[in-house]
Write a protein that binds this ligand. Structure first.
Ligand code: FE2
Length: 334
């Protein structure tokens, strides 16, 4: 019996050794995906269809994956990292874990939607908005700036989801644009004035239900709901701060190839496809309602054009998630 078992174990081991490398080939490139799962799935399917290269998606959040990649270091199984927002990319970049992005991929997106470093690339973009209840607020009552929401007159009247990477990216832009002292002050006032909800969809639902006047979220939550039943956005309108305001921040979703990737050519090809016509067309015609950022790419015509948003100039490579978490914790928001 003992002999039989060890023989079986030996056979299993031998099989494992044979099956091991073949299986690794089968799964193609591994993408740690923190972008919306449905969008990444469309990208992966389109890329595989065109190139025959398989893509395995592992889905998670911006900060969980960035921390995981840093912890895994050179042993990370990931070939590609995709995020919703830039700070998670900046964290992995600061740890020196990205390979430079191929020049022809970088050339596919305008400079303003790229980190200055070329260590990763913009793949999509999202605009900060103030989603407000049309019944409760008239246009002349809207905040002119994100900074106005610190005013005592806004006490109890606005909402956000501070635990999410979307809102934290907005704070990282505020930090980059206005500095640490001003950001700390604003966060302190935010703590006084705002109501916390978990998730941006929940914020929008609360605004729609009239529980609260408005909330700071990204634009696509509204358009996604409108494209379905509209039941969670019927009473909602979007206010774009424009005027290079911190509240007009356009957050860049990033893609990067890990320096430790065992399939660097395939991983680079994936990024090239996502930033090229195939990947950017998915943004135009799909259900993500995120902005396309490619040079000749067009976004969904339902959206306010990216070039009309008057976004402040921010180098996404400089967005500092660690400092943001520190400041938000100090303010009692996390
Ligand atoms: Fe989001």
């Amino acid at each position: 019996m003992k002999i039989a078992l060890s023989t079986l174990a030996g056979a299993a081991l031998a099989l494992g050794l044979i099956a091991g490398p073949a299986k690794a080939e089968d799964q193609g490139i591994i993408v740690y995906n923190a972008q919306h799962e449905s969008l990444a799935k469309e990208w992966a399917a389109g890329f595989t269809k065109e190139t025959g290269i398989k893509v395995t998606l592992r889905n998670g959040g911006d900060s969980d994956f960035s921390n995981q990649i840093v912890a895994e270091g050179a042993a990370s199984p990931a070939d590609v990292f995709l995020t919703e927002n830039s700070p998670a990319m900046a964290l992995v970049e600061a740890a020196g874990l990205f390979a430079p992005v191929d020049a022809d991929t970088l050339a596919q997106a305008p400079q303003e939607y790229q980190p200055s470093t070329g260590k990763w690339v913009g793949v999509a973009a999202r605009s900060t908005v103030f989603a407000y209840n049309k019944v409760k607020l008239k246009e002349d009552q809207l905040p002119k700036s994100l900074l106005d929401l610190a005013d005592p007159s806004w006490k109890g009247r606005w909402a956000a989801s501070p635990s999410g990477p979307d809102f934290q990216a907005i704070v990282s832009a505020l930090l980059e644009l206005k500095g640490e002292a001003a950001t700390a002050d604003w966060l302190k006032a935010m703590k006084e004035n705002f109501t916390a909800y978990k998730g941006n969809s929940t914020v929008m639902k609360a605004v729609n239900a009239g529980e609260i006047d408005g909330g700071v979220i990204y634009h696509y939550y509204y358009f996604g709901d409108q494209a379905k039943t509209g039941e969670n956005s019927r009473n909602v309108a979007l206010h774009y701060f424009k005027n290079q305001d911190p509240g007009a921040f356009v957050s860049i979703s990033g893609g990067g190839v890990l320096a430790s990737s065992k399939h660097p050519k395939e991983a680079q090809a994936f990024l090239k496809w996502v930033t090229g016509k195939g990947g950017q067309d998915v943004l135009k015609t799909g259900t993500s309602y995120e902005y396309a950022i490619g040079k000749d790419a067009q976004s969904n015509p339902k959206l306010v054009p990216l070039t009309d948003l008057q976004a402040p100039k921010v180098d996404p490579a400089r967005l500092n998630s660690k400092k943001v978490i520190e400041l938000m914790t100090q303010a009692g928001l996390l």
